[in-house]
Structures are given as structure tokens and as C-alpha cells.
Design a protein around this ligand. Structure first.
Ligand code: IDP
Ligand code: MG
Length: 149
């Protein structure tokens, strides 16, 4: 099964949207295998967003992402990376389709509620920034036999 890294950002946590996000991914059939609520240390912010460090918006992104606790998760399921990206919606919430998390819950690109890995390689990299292999739980969802052909 594929894994992806998902994070409810400080605006999402402060607005009480953790349950909404978790509920949507659970309803889709994905399995939560790891989670933690915490304020991100600077070093992991730099690792997480390394491809954006030189971008003009990075200082404000760094400030915002460390402004309060985030909810870090690992989700498992078939094609978990593209499936979660499609549930999350476009980076700019003004362009995100209705029915997506960003389309339904956000207005501003700098306050877009959620992060999700954009490729299996990023997912592995991001999971290992925030978690150790021992943190990942292994269990069966009772609906697994009917979720997959
Ligand atoms: P993604 O979160 O949809 O993968 P990325 O391009 O990887 O989008 O950007 C990472 C995050 O950086 C975005 O989710 C958003 O919070 C922030 N960001 C990206 N572009 C801008 C911008 O133009 N202005 C402000 N923040 C931005
Ligand atoms: Mg990205």
C-alpha cells in the first residue's frame, strides 16, 4: 500500500478543522497510520519546505507554519498520494474546486489549511522528516475487504 504525508496547518488547527480533514480522508477509505499534534521546530520546517527556501513567500510561510501547532499525519491506501492531493485541491483556494478541502474551507493561498505530499518520493522524504518507522502503526480496517477489488 502507498503512504502519504498530510499536515493540518496552524490555521486549520486553530479553526477546528482537524476532525473535518480526518473525517474526509477516513470516509474515502484511507487508513490513518500515524499522527501527532505539535509546534514545528525550525529545522524541520526548513527540511519540509526545502524547495521553497529561495522563494519570495518563504519568510511569511515559515512564520505562519510555526505560529501554532500543526497536526501531522501519515495515511495509507492505494494511490494515497494522488488521491489525497485531489481531495486537498489546488494550492490557491480561490481556484480550488468546490468539494475539495481548500475549495470548501479556505480563501487565501497563505492560509490554505492543509499540506499533502506531491509525489511518492516526497511522501517518503516528508514522512521520514517527522516520524520514525516505529511511529507507524499497522492494523486492519474492518472495511478493507470491501474497499478494494
Ligand atoms: P502545495 O501546498 O499545494 O503543494 P506548494 O507550491 O508546494 O503548494 O507551496 C507550498 C505552500 O507554500 C503552499 O501550500 C502555501 O501555503 C505556500 N505558498 C505557495 N505559493 C505561495 C504564494 O504565492 N504566496 C504565499 N504562500 C504561498
Ligand atoms: Mg507542495
Amino acid at each position: 500500500m502507498d503512504r502519504t504525508f498530510v499536515m493540518v496547518k496552524p490555521d486549520g488547527v486553530a479553526r477546528g478543522l482537524i476532525g473535518e480533514v480526518v473525517g474526509r480522508l477516513e470516509s474515502k477509505g484511507l487508513k490513518l497510520v500515524c499522527a501527532r499534534l505539535e509546534k514545528l521546530p525550525e529545522k524541520r520546517v526548513m527540511d519540509q519546505y526545502r524547495e521553497h527556501i529561495e522563494k519570495p513567500f518563504f519568510p511569511s510561510l515559515r512564520h505562519y507554519i510555526t505560529s501554532g501547532p500543526v497536526f501531522l499525519m501519515v495515511w495509507e491506501g492505494r494511490s494515497a498520494v494522488p488521491v489525497v492531493r485531489s481531495l486537498v485541491g489546488a494550492t490557491n483556494p480561490a481556484e480550488a474546486a468546490p468539494g475539495t478541502i481548500r475549495g470548501d474551507y479556505a480563501l487565501d493561498i497563505g492560509r490554505n489549511v492543509i499540506h499533502a505530499s506531491d509525489s511518492p518520493e516526497s511522501a517518503n522524504r516528508e514522512i521520514s522528516i517527522h516520524f520514525t518507522p516505529d511511529d507507524i502503526c499497522s492494523y486492519k480496517r474492518v472495511d478493507e475487504p470491501v474497499l478494494y477489488e
